[in-house]
Design a protein around this ligand. Sequence first.
Ligand SMILES: [Zn+2]
Ligand SMILES: [Zn+2]
Length: 170
Amino acid sequence: MLIDVLQIPPEGVDVDLPEEELDIGSSAQVWEGAATVRATMHIGRSGRGLLISGEMVGQIALLCSRCLERFPFRSEERLALYCETAGTGQSKQEIELSPDDLDVTYLEEGRIDTDRLLRESVLLSLPVQPLCREDCRGLCPRCGANLNHEACSCAPPQGDLRFQALRKLR
Ligand SMILES: [Zn+2]
Ligand SMILES: [Zn+2]
């Protein structure tokens, strides 16, 4: 959805974005397919900028970093962004943004690109190391069996080797 900044009244506007599929790009290792996102936000005017506040809920299929299986991930993020609207004729040097202020990338030609905004919110909400569950046992490093589902017959790694070494010492 594109929202024309000029159409935003002084008191701001409430925007309700119904659930939609959002292509957040391709990633071979972290997620699969599109995200499903919905959001509600209020866009208010603040000085020469816009304050966007609200909430978004996203769902996407992630790939577990240990066992490589797909699992559904749900993120709920608060939206709190500030956009400068300096556009026509205003000199850019007047813009002073603190590092905490969000950048202006959601604004394009005087319009707010909510898809882009939501896409970045989803990306930021993703865990660095997705896990299908906290105690995912991952794959056997030798035979590749998914240890969440089956016990393979490979010798257990490390721990027991050390144990055997201790035994030899005796
Ligand atoms: Zn897993
Ligand atoms: Zn194995």
